[in-house]
Design a protein around this ligand. Structure first.
Ligand SMILES: Cc1cc2nc3c(=O)[nH]c(=O)nc-3n(C[C@H](O)[C@H](O)[C@H](O)COP(=O)(O)OP(=O)(O)OC[C@H]3O[C@@H](n4cnc5c(N)ncnc54)[C@H](O)[C@@H]3O)c2cc1C
Length: 353
């Protein structure tokens, strides 16, 4: 395994569950130090792609089994929609979600005000809400998986090369020595393109920098504040400790502040105590790249999650482990094969933040 974020740790856990006892996970820095620890921790079933809804439902069952340790606050996701086109698209997605058993629903503006009285709803055409959704602590999820996997986890250990002979993997070179193996699972996040290249596998993933900001107080917002997203601007907010965490598509606070203040005016009076930024691992169609390489035997990968990799780790980690041992996959994720672009078969997810 290469990479100790949500995906690598989840896959190591599922390999152990399937009886693989000799997993070595190499992480060049520390567990969860990549995109995973920079994530907003959002977990939702509100997607437009059927596979993403199925992945969410399967993943939620696993998050539930982790108990209080991961601080999963199930306060729902509230999407605010400011155009008729978005509203129509979300209504279509609601229909799909409900057909799969997700209790998501459209809310009138009065119902939105009841949930979050401080929101400014000028220009909002409609909203959707799902009570299954929420957010958890990504590092805690990685620690849970790492402990339960009982894998040989080597931190401060970077993979520097992959030895391939006649299309078969023989070993991984690392900064702490050579590891003989016939199977490599690449979970290196936005750096998966480089790791893929070590084995001659092309993974079309790009980094997109995203920031989050944190306030020390909550501006009187409800205790069970849903993870609220102004879909048009990308501004989102949720509780974090005694204060709030918010973010958007902009890298700088000055650029993000306008949309934030327009939708949630109480933010203007709150100091920003700290911030961070991290990489979205973006694929060409904003949907995941998951599967086994075609040109090189036993090189498996999961990346390109485009803003929803943390929450998909349980089901995708299970899937990778099943591919490793040759078990019939619980979910058929073959549509996420990275080779789809070469055959012109992209699979866009439209509900991305
Ligand atoms: C601001 C922000 C908010 C986000 N919000 C959400 C959200 O609400 N919900 C959600 O689901 N997702 C969210 N995401 C996306 C999510 O963080 C990622 O999709 C997810 O964490 C990817 O996990 P990963 O394990 O694939 O990658 P990473 O967590 O990046 O892990 C990859 C690891 O590989 C290691 N690595 C790289 N190269 C090597 C090498 N050569 N050798 C050894 N190790 C190597 C890295 O050090 C890293 O630790 C957000 C991202 C950002 C930046």
């Amino acid at each position: 395994m290469i990479g100790g974020g949500a995906l690598g740790a989840a896959t190591a856990f599922h390999l152990r569950r399937l009886g693989v006892n000799d997993v070595v996970l190499v992480e060049r820095d520390a567990l969860a130090s990549g995109s995973t620890s920079k994530s907003a921790g959002g977990i939702r079933a509100q997607f437009a792609d059927e596979l993403n809804v199925r992945i969410a439902l399967r993943s939620m069952t696993e998050f539930e089994s982790m108990g209080d340790e991961i601080a999963w606050r199930r306060f729902g996701y509230l999407f605010l929609l400011d155009s008729d086109d978005d509203l129509a698209a979300f209504r279509g997605a609601l229909e799909l979600q409900r057909s799969l058993g997700v209790p998501s629903t459209e809310l009138g503006l009065d119902e939105v005000r009841e949930l979050v009285p401080q929101l400014e709803l000028e220009g909002i055409a409609g909203a959707t809400f799902c009570p299954l959704d929420g957010y958890a602590t990504p590092e805690a999820v990685v620690q849970w998986y790492a402990r339960e996997s009982r894998a040989d986890i080597r931190q401060s250990c970077a993979a520097t090369g992959i030895e391939v002979r006649e299309g078969r993997i023989e070993a991984v070179e690392t900064t702490r020595g050579r590891i003989e193996t016939q199977v490599v699972v690449c979970c290196a996040g936005v750096w998966s393109r480089d790791v893929g290249a070590m084995a001659g596998v092309e993974l079309p993933v790009e980094g997109e920098a995203r920031s989050m900001w944190f306030t020390p107080e909550d501006g009187g917002l409800p205790a069970r504040l849903p993870l609220t997203i102004d879909f048009g601007s990308g501004f989102y907010v949720h509780r974090e400790g005694p204060g709030l965490a918010f973010g958007g598509r902009e890298r700088e606070l000055e650029d993000a502040a306008e949309a934030a203040a327009r939708r949630l005016p109480v933010l203007v009076d709150l100091p920003v105590q700290t911030s961070w930024w991290g990489w979205y691992d973006v694929s060409p169609d904003w949907n995941a790249l998951v599967g086994e390489a075609h040109g090189v035997s036993r090189f498996l990968y999961a990346t390109g999650f485009s803003g929803h990799g943390f929450q998909q780790a349980p089901a995708v980690g299970e899937h990778l482990a099943e591919l490793v041992v040759g078990k019939e996959p619980t979910l058929d994720l073959s549509a996420f094969d990275a080779a789809r672009f070469a055959s012109g078969a992209s699979r866009p997810e439209t509900m991305v933040v």
